[in-house]
Design a protein around this ligand. Sequence first.
Ligand code: SAH
Length: 214
Amino acid sequence: MIYDTYTLAGKRAQLVKKLSDKGITDKNILNAINTIPRHCFIDKSIVNHAYIDKALRIEKDQTISQPYTVAFQTELLDIKPKDKVLEIGTGSGYQASILAKIGAEVYSIERHKDLYISATKILKELKLKINTFYGDGFVGLQDIAPFDKILITAGAPEIPTKLLLQLKIGGVMIIPLDKGKTQQMLRIIKLSEKDFESKSFGEFSFVPMLPGKE
Ligand code: SAH
């Protein structure tokens, strides 16, 4: 159910201020975070925590990413209007909603059927046109490729080869790559079919990217 209150909207504005203080500068992203009701993507019992800058538990032992992480990954993607973006790990649907709000054409895959169903429902209620899929992110979406941008929102054990093939030349992949207990945030730019440029943007913590469907 979609609803908002003055108190929640006030807390949301404070969160935006905090993200800006932490170094997020893109006005479109900050505006999207100020607009999308994050409290609608989590369980009623934890609505009071919706605008704390923390990852929160959702169904199936998964998480809705920390707002700072959502903003940071989105900023690295450098979204241009109408960019065709593939997200791996729909989870709650929150990150997908931010991408859609800033003008991307979003395709998002989730391996947990229950999460896929609940995220699809909330995104529809928010009247955001996002294409959600129940499937394995390691496989991607061959029929819809190539994508301008690919965003992985789970800790990846390796760089999925099939996804690199589904990226346009000049396209960007943002991937938290396993490095012991945490992940290193990588930005990979596809320079040609064979050449890639990779840069690291620090350590983050995600739930694991797992093969297959549940
Ligand atoms: N973007 C989400 C974050 C969810 S956490 C949000 O905004 O809420 C990461 C999600 O990735 C989990 O829901 C998990 O089930 C999913 N996931 C993990 N491995 C996957 C895979 N191979 N394919 C698709 N989804 C996957």
